[in-house]
Write a protein that binds this ligand. Sequence first.
Ligand SMILES: [Fe+2]
Ligand SMILES: [Fe+2]
Length: 189
Amino acid sequence: MNDKTTPADRTSKAVRSGQLELDMTSIEAAKKHLAEGAVTPSYGPWRDSIVKLLNDALATELVCVLRYKRHHFTAHGMSSPAIAEEFLVHANEEIGHGDLLARRIVQLGGSPDFSPDTLTRRSHAAYDEPSDLKAMVRSNLQAERVAVETYRQMIVLIADKDPTTRSLLEGILKDEEQHADELADWLED
Ligand SMILES: [Fe+2]
Ligand SMILES: [Fe+2]
């Protein structure tokens, strides 16, 4: 085995050759570097990029929490308290998503970025403060659609490079699609 081949090279080669054979070199390497915890050599070349993608998603979730909270409290007293409550439910679910992402970043040996100074720059979705209810629903729906598209692309990019992160993102994507559906229903009413 050529020492310069990476675990990813060896896995791709095995897949291309149609053989269901484990990469024993990487399994042996996994016995070393115990301080890396769950991160084995196969993560090697992709870990930093995946942590960056996760940190940008974390920023997006945190901005969504702030936007939903602002909308929840300022929508009170408007025509539909049910929508205000829906904003709060979504805010709490986005907090849960942020926690999942931060936990995974740490598990990958990265550092979760909660810095408020750069939050809106790193977030894929925008923060805003509209005063009427319909504009709030529209802005949250737009953010949810951005989240759906972002998570879908992340899942495609990560593919088999990190199955644990991919399955975590698939779970979050399901929630974001449900959020978007619920908000779209409010717009129709
Ligand atoms: Fe979310
Ligand atoms: Fe959402």
